[in-house]
Design a protein around this ligand. Structure first.
Ligand code: ATP
Length: 920
């Protein structure tokens, strides 16, 4: 591969290979070009209906033997085109939003190029790249290993083998099947443990997984439950409206004296236009756009959502299970106290500053045995870790690696002993830390003591003590008696009771015959040195976020690997539990069967010293009780729980690639408060979806009812010609115009409405709840009815006869009716923004909506006053007072809605009280 196994490829080499082989992606189907989506807009039953309308208008034009242009046909054709472009625009915008997010969540790989360790999107890997592998990584391409340290790989995605397989660098003597190629790692698999280095041998479709890619399920386009529901509503309404249109057409044909084919065609045309206008065909497109924009906004707020459906699920989340370290706390670890056999030590000075600045006021620890124990404790802790503390050119100190381990290095530096210890001890092997073991060890050679080999371990005190049989007192080692053990436990309790994270250190000289590669079996008969108390302050924004989540009826559960007392203290401080509530430990959980666990999860809010496998049980138990569970995780072993949770949340900074792939959401800042923010966004988006549904459905209802009631009540309102035939209140082109200017733009604007203040004061929405409930349907019907009555009364007012006799021409009366209907939709847009709150609250908060309203107004004025449009749409100019009348009539929709909401508010305070009681 022409790879330098120290420096990797050069950037120039890599670029040339990327050009030659293309990006490292699995592509089964070619990408569809944009025109494909534009054409797809025309493959819609409603477009077919519109084309029927064009055919009818052409037929009428042909029969009427007119010398003029076929204006109606042209207008409808333009409307078809305008609709298609609107749809295309919406679809490409949502696709672009989703693609932008996909970029944020793409997998990355660590490589060495030009001698530097960098992380790049796996898509850009090329043959010959030097791949650096670590626990939790997702393997980005096929690679031949050149280094493997205790490397274990999960290859289930490729071979179906569920156990992790060990890897090495030895040559295979003969050709072996895929599952046995132990010196290779393959694209799409995951590193379960250990570290390694490999040279990429194949990318993209040439990889092993590429060879079977055509067998893999091509991810179908995702349809969220909400989208399904909305589509179903659309379909049901479509059928209902087609029926109504058919009834209208039949009624007109039967009741009116139709003589000519031309007459019949005109009635048919109206029926078709009514169907086109009233079917809420824009719903699915607006819905995807609103969901996609919501995802983008969340991503800007550091919550990256991978799938549209998670936006909805977030809005229904009823439990958030969160890690403690780094998510609730700042992960700024400072060793504050030490506890050894001879007593307590206090570490002073500013230990942790964000830039890693260390102040050397330093450790006034008393001399004597405490001092020597403390030197051992801190030096041992440092040697047993993998972090590094380096001073930069500007004098500041930087911790690289795990913050817990960094804390030891900082404290050791305060003792002013580190430099010598680095020369004196040589590290030869490691028994790694896992969340299951909760401890780790390093094997070092002490060059100042006859190259003696030492095993140094650090870990959770309760775990480490089980591996100890002796204890360090001053310079001596004595047996760990029951009394001394009890003292050590009491020390730990004291530290953890003060909300400190505890870690103990122990060691053992190894005899020359012991094998340093023997692994965890070496960790026995250790000499206990002592325990450190590490502070890790909670993030400031977390306590308010927890309070907000509780107000929103969401339970917060802390699940941590830390000590139960530390966990409980921090949970108390943050308001997750009340003082004295205590925590359930992993060991407790192991004793509970599923039934007992189901009972326990109802009241337990802190789980401590748990292993990743416990998380899965807790998620399952909560879900069985109907909860919608959001759960955080970072390690490779958290992946199953993340997959199982309704919303698996991976950590963006500290999380592994494997959890990022398993999760449905990625917290770019690892911060708990961001989860609550995302829930708020999710709820706000659901709210907005209800707003535009309310708007679109009631507006369309208004259009249908106007035509329907005009036909049914023609006699009453005087819509009858001299021959007794029914006069239609609107022309086909007018109906289509209303549809064009008042449907999409205000609905999208409403989807982007600022979220109302009260989204976080309601209980979570149940996933089974219908998006449109009975109350909303009733509202839609009522508002539609008011809209229809207002426009019909206007036409009655203008025309001779009917309830209110007038004396205007039919063209003018229709223009007024048409204008009232348009204005009524705009008024409706203002009041549909909330279910029960007054429209005057935040009336001007949504500029998009006002933009859409002003645009529609300008277009309506043009259609009424500009003569070319007069001809196209059968309108004529209105006087100022007639405009006034139209405004007044249209505004009844607004006043009616506001009155309706007022009644709702007066009737429902008890509901709020009920909720408050439930929450408290
Ligand atoms: P959370 O699960 O909330 O992130 P956590 O980080 O404390 O909490 P783990 O990482 O599983 O959870 O750590 C569990 C325990 O293991 C810690 O309380 C600590 O005592 C010990 N521990 C943590 N990091 C190390 C380490 N690098 N070396 C040795 N022991 C460690």
């Amino acid at each position: 591969m022409d790879t330098d196994i120290c420096l990797g490829l050069s950037n120039a080499q890599a670029q040339a290979r990327l050009n030659r082989d293309g990006p490292n992606v699995l592509r089964v189907q070619p990408v569809k070009p944009a025109w494909h989506y534009l054409l797809a807009q025309f493959q819609d039953p409603l477009v077919y209906l519109l084309l029927v309308a064009v055919a009818i208008t052409l037929a009428i034009w042909f029969l009427s033997d007119s010398r003029d242009w076929p204006v109606d046909a042209l207008v409808i054709t333009l409307i078809v085109l305008a609709n298609a472009f609107l749809g295309f625009f919406q679809e490409t915008r949502s696709q672009r939003a989703v693609a932008a997010l996909a970029k944020l969540t793409q997998t990355t790989s660590s490589i060495i190029r030009d001698g530097a360790l960098t992380r790049i999107p796996s898509e850009q890997l090329v043959i010959g790249d030097l791949l650096v592998l670590a626990e939790g990584d997702s393997v980005g391409a096929d690679a031949r290993l050149i280094q493997a340290n205790a490397l274990q790989v999960l290859e289930a995605s490729l071979t179906g083998e569920s156990e992790a397989v060990s890897k090495n660098t030895t040559c295979s003597s003969a050709e072996v099947p895929l599952a046995e190629r132990s010196n290779m790692v393959f694209k799409g698999t995951a590193i379960a443990q250990g570290t390694g280095l490999g040279v990429v041998t194949a990318v993209g479709m040439a990889t092993e997984v590429g060879g079977i890619a055509h067998l893999l399920d091509v991810t179908p386009e995702e349809v969220t439950p909400l989208q399904k529901e909305v589509r179903a509503i659309g379909r049901m309404l479509g059928i209902a409206i087609l029926l109504i249109a058919a009834v209208v057409v039949a009624a007109v044909l039967m009741l009116t004296d139709v003589h000519t084919v031309d007459d019949v065609l005109r009635v048919l045309l109206l029926g078709v236009s009514l169907a086109v206008a009233a079917v809420p065909e824009g719903l699915p497109a607006v819905l995807s756009l609103v969901l996609a924009f919501g995802m983008l906004r969340m991503a800007r707020n550091k919550a990256i959502i991978k799938r549209l459906s998670s936006v909805e699920t977030l809005g229904s989340a009823s439990v958030i299970c969160t890690d403690k370290t780094g998510t609730l706390t700042r992960s700024e670890m400072t060793i504050q106290q030490t506890m050894t056999a001879s007593g307590k030590g206090v570490v002073s000075g500013v230990g942790y500053a964000p830039q890693g600045q260390i102040h050397h006021q330093d450790l006034p620890m008393s001399g004597g045995p405490v001092h020597s124990e403390n030197v051992l404790l801190l030096r041992g802790g440092s040697l047993a870790g993998n972090a590094a503390l380096t001073q930069q050119e500007d004098g500041t100190w930087v911790i690289q690696g795990d913050p817990t381990e960094g804390a030891f290095l900082v404290a050791e530096r305060k003792l002013d002993a580190p430099a010598r210890s680095r020369e004196r001890f040589e590290r030869v092997a490691e028994i790694p830390f896992t969340s299951d073991r909760k401890m780790m060890s390093a094997l070092v050679i002490d060059h100042e003591r006859n190259d003696e080999r030492l095993l140094i371990s650090k870990g959770a005190p309760d775990v480490l003590l089980q591996h100890c049989t002796q204890v360090q007192v001053g310079m001596d080692v004595v047996p760990l008696t029951d009394d001394l053990r009890a003292k050590a436990v009491a020390d730990v309790n004291e530290l953890s009771g003060a909300a400190l994270r505890t870690l103990s250190v122990a060691y053992r000289p190894l005899s020359p015959e012991e094998d340093v590669t023997a692994g965890p079996s070496l960790e026995t008969a250790l000499v206990f040195i002592g325990t450190v108390g590490i502070s890790d302050p909670p993030r400031e924004e977390v306590a308010p976020a927890i309070a907000e989540a509780r107000r929103a009826g969401i339970r917060i559960i802390m699940i941590t690997g830390d000590h139960p007392r530390t966990a409980a203290r921090i949970a108390e401080d943050l308001g997750i539990i009340q003082a004295g509530a205590g925590a359930l430990t992993g060991a407790d959980l192991d004793k509970l069967d599923d039934a007992a666990l189901a009972e326990a999860v109802k009241s337990t809010s802190v789980y401590a010293r748990v292993a990743p496998s416990h998380k899965l049980r807790i998620v399952d138990a909560l879900q069985a009780q109907g909860h919608v569970v959001a759960m955080t995780g970072d390690g490779v072993n958290d992946a199953p729980a993340l997959k199982s949770a309704d919303i698996g949340i991976a950590m963006g900074i500290t999380g592994t690639e494997v959890t990022r792939q398993a999760g449905k959401m990625i917290l770019a800042d690892d911060n708990f408060a961001t989860i609550v923010l995302a829930v708020r966004e999710g709820r706000g988006i659901l709210d907005n979806i209800r707003k535009f549904l309310r708007y679109l459905l009631s507006s369309n209802m208004g259009e249908v009812l106007t035509v329907f009631l005009a036909v049914v009540g023609a006699g009453i309102i005087g819509l009858v010609d001299e021959k007794g035939g029914i006069i239609l209140p609107l022309l086909a082109t007018q109906i289509l115009w209303i549809n064009l200017i008042t449907d999409a733009a205000p609905a999208i604007a409403m989807g982007l409405d600022p979220h109302s203040e009260d989204v976080m004061t309601r209980s979570p929405r149940k996933p089974t709840d219908r998006i449109i409930d009975t109350n909303m349907w009733v509202g839609v019907l009522q508002v539609g009815l008011v809209m229809a009555l207002a426009s019909l009364l206007t036409i009655d007012w203008m025309l001779p006869g009917g309830l209110i006799p007038g004396n205007e021409s039919l063209v003018l009366a229709r223009t007024a009716c048409f204008t009232v209907l348009v204005l009524a939709q705009l008024f409706n847009a203002l009041s549909a923004r909330s279910e029960s709150a007054s429209a005057f609250i935040g009336l001007f908060a949504n500029q998009w909506l006002w933009g859409a309203i002003v645009l529609a107004m300008i277009l309506q004025i043009a259609v009424v006053h500009w003569s070319p449009l007069n001809r196209a749409f059968g309108t004529s100019a209105l006087t100022l007072s007639q405009w006034g009348l139209c405004f007044a009539m249209a505004s009844t929709v607004f006043w009616f809605s506001e009155l309706r909401k007022l009644v709702l508010r007066l009737r429902s305070p008890w509901q709020e009280k009920d909720l408050c009681q439930k929450l408290s």
